[in-house]
Design a protein around this ligand. Sequence first.
Ligand code: BEZ
Length: 310
Amino acid sequence: MRSHLTNLEGRAGFQPRRLEGADSGASAPEAGRLAARVWIEGAMTNEWDAAQYDAKHAFVYEKAKGLVELLAPQPGERILDLGCGTGALTAEIAGRGADILGVDSSENMISQATKKFPALKFEALDAKELPFRAEFDAVFSNAVLHWIPEAEQVIAGVARALRPGGRFVAELGGKGNIQRLVAGFHRAFSALGIREPDGVSPWFYPSVAEYSGLLEKHGLEVRSASLFDRPTVLEDGESGLRNWIRHFRHSFLEKIGEPNALRWIEEVERQCRSELFKNGSWELDYRRLRIATWKGAADECRCYQEQPFT
Ligand code: BEZ
């Protein structure tokens, strides 16, 4: 998350180099993977704290076990875990007998996942540039897609990666996710008299209609979609909210500088306490969008055609 997060911050200005593998007789998927590795070497500056993620934010995957039930992985199926983070759900799915590949744009996350689950396959990849072609029976994703505003690019890559009849099962922050917290972020800036910099709340929280429209446009038939509240209690009592902000908004805090970050976090706590601090813990107003979609037969799906990988 994305976390297990497909964190694309720090990638601005990135220019993909010419594909290795393009002249080497590599198959399209293989050339794509080579290309993705070139991007990683050249441009990835993700610095998610994978250990902190496992220690303090494990609720991200603990809460999503029901999503694995919805995926219903079968023995022998090839499954892609998109934004696998430190691999907890990848391992859960592998435990059902599926042949799974976990991908995440954060090299820290991939390295932690590989250490934790050395028998499983993991790879650092950008979710916007999935190189796969009709290779997977299912694509699975938890708590990642709200980090990527270019949702249509991701969905197009997922649709291409699926075999006809394959399924895409995902959960992400949905419309209204953490709206009380984000309102507190804005109030804290006003209260301190600091001009609000860009990027305070960079997330994409679609409604059922908005996301379903994008999925259908790419030949993915939506068979189930729900938007529901998931109030989420953070660990570590009083420190829970500042830990969360420091983990999930670290790049933003770096931009405003440590003295401002300290003042701002304290003010956010003050602004949000009456709504979000309950019985000695911070409880965030998470809201999830959970979808299950199927890819139609090849002739129904215009995006299924092979596209040159650039
Ligand atoms: C979420 O999972 O909803 C989320 C996580 C980090 C930042 C924002 C939202």
